[in-house]
Design a protein around this ligand. Structure first.
Ligand SMILES: Cc1ncc(COP(=O)(O)O)c(C=O)c1O
Length: 398
């Protein structure tokens, strides 16, 4: 009997009749995602091709090569992981941590906490050092912690999106080598927007995302692993405990063998290729200088409106600015107003900074003077009403 002949009636309880998608145009000036570049959007909407098509295989090599350029690394194992930044974050730990390995996480914000959580899930012996949310680590502090704990891996965030702090990297890689420890760096909010020199800095493992400085939508998590980390991965006793993110398997597809692992999100990689092509065309130095000058324009504009920046100037991230919400102002109400009235997204604070700061991102395609001026104008003309509301005496309740 035909297996399709005696089917039960189809339930319609979850059936919905929807209009085709019609999202408004927003200007995304929050912590990410940022707006994608128009030609990246065009690349994404091309007809998919097979993930083993020779044309796609060629594109894979181009993406890997341009990621190496963006990160300033020669790492062979450089792969855009399918998934967001957190997938690539997880890949760095899943491939190198063995149960009982000591992992030292230097936490100065929300994403350091996530690194510590993930490392623990791979059964690392996690030790942490912490700085207040708005500060960075000194070399001395890191050295003291390395000497005390003797970890296998030091994990830290370069560009802390929760605080707007950029960790100075001078000397950290050399220190890690002295203590025979791998250096793992989160570059989610720095890639494409802030100087990064992975090889010069002695970074062994790094990851990022597609949706910030690279002007792509979310969906890929660039990952890179240097020779010291690769040696640790190859010497592990057991299998990598995460099949999807196992670089020994993934490299059979991304390396020369081209063995199927999972169906690659081909269109995301079309977008990634276009985003990286644009970055290479602009040149890293120019992209970094553009992010810096637009951030400075924002900083001085905000300060001239009497607003205070949370991060000290020498540690400020060009891609993400934390602005203190003035006393009495309902920060959420103002950001909702910007979104609903003007179609502009800015972020609120996370964790220790919840309710205390706005987070303004100027990343990738969005790092442009006209975006800065548009936002500053709204802070100038529309924030005063929110201050006035806060200052209005509370009506007496009978
Ligand atoms: C510094 C940092 N690390 C990791 C992540 C996680 O990336 P995703 O949200 O793309 O998974 C983010 C996200 O914004 C981030 O800002």
């Amino acid at each position: 009997m035909d297996q399709f002949q005696s089917l039960p009636p189809v339930s319609t309880s979850h059936r919905r009749r929807l209009e085709p998608i019609n999202t408004p145009d927003r200007l995304l000036l929050g912590p990410g995602p940022s707006n994608a570049h128009p030609t990246v959007l065009q690349a994404l909407s091309r007809t998919p091709i097979g993930h083993l098509d020779p044309l796609y295989v060629e594109l894979m090599g181009e993406v890997q090569e341009l990621l190496r350029y963006a990160w300033q690394t020669d790492n062979r194992l450089t792969i855009p992981m399918s998934g967001t930044g957190s997938a690539a974050m997880e890949a760095t730990l899943a491939n190198t941590v063995e149960p009982g390995d000591k992992v030292l996480v230097a936490i100065k914000g929300y994403f350091g906490l996530r690194l510590a959580d993930m490392a623990g899930r791979y059964r690392a012996d996690v030790v942490t050092i912490e700085r207040p949310w708005g500060e960075a680590f000194s070399l001395e502090e890191l050295e003291e912690a390395l000497a005390t704990h003797r970890p296998a891996i030091l994990a830290m965030v370069h560009a802390e999106t929760s605080t707007g702090i950029c960790q100075p990297m001078d000397g950290i890689g050399a220190l890690c080598r002295n203590y025979d420890c791998l250096l793992l760096l989160d570059t989610v909010t720095s890639l494409g927007g802030v100087p990064l020199f992975l090889d010069d800095w002695g970074v062994d493992l790094a990851y990022s995302c597609s949706q910030k400085g690279l002007s792509c939508p979310p969906g890929l998590g660039p990952f890179t692993m240097g020779p010291r980390a690769e040696a640790k991965m190859m010497a592990r006793q057991g299998k990598v405990p995460n099949w999807y993110l196992d670089v020994t398997l993934l490299n059979q597809y991304w390396g020369s063998d081209r063995v199927y692992h999972h169906t690659a999100p081909v269109n995301m990689n079309f977008g990634m290729r276009e985003a990286l092509r644009l970055l290479a065309e602009e040149g890293l130095e120019n992209a970094w200088a553009r992010h810096r000058s637009n951030a400075e324009r924002l900083w001085s504009g905000l300060e001239s409106l009497g607003l205070e920046l949370h991060a000290p100037e020498h540690l400020r991230l060009p891609t993400l600015t934390t602005v203190r919400i003035p006393d009495g102002v309902d920060g959420k109400a103002f950001s909702l107003h910007l979104l609903n009235k003007h179609g502009i997204e800015v972020g609120g604070g996370l964790g220790a900074l919840a309710g205390k700061v706005w987070r303004i991102g100027l990343m990738g395609y969005n790092s442009r003077p006209e975006n800065v001026d548009r936002l500053l104008n709204l802070f100038e003309t529309e924030l005063p009403a929110f201050k006035a509301q806060a200052e209005r005496p509370v009506a007496a309740v009978a």
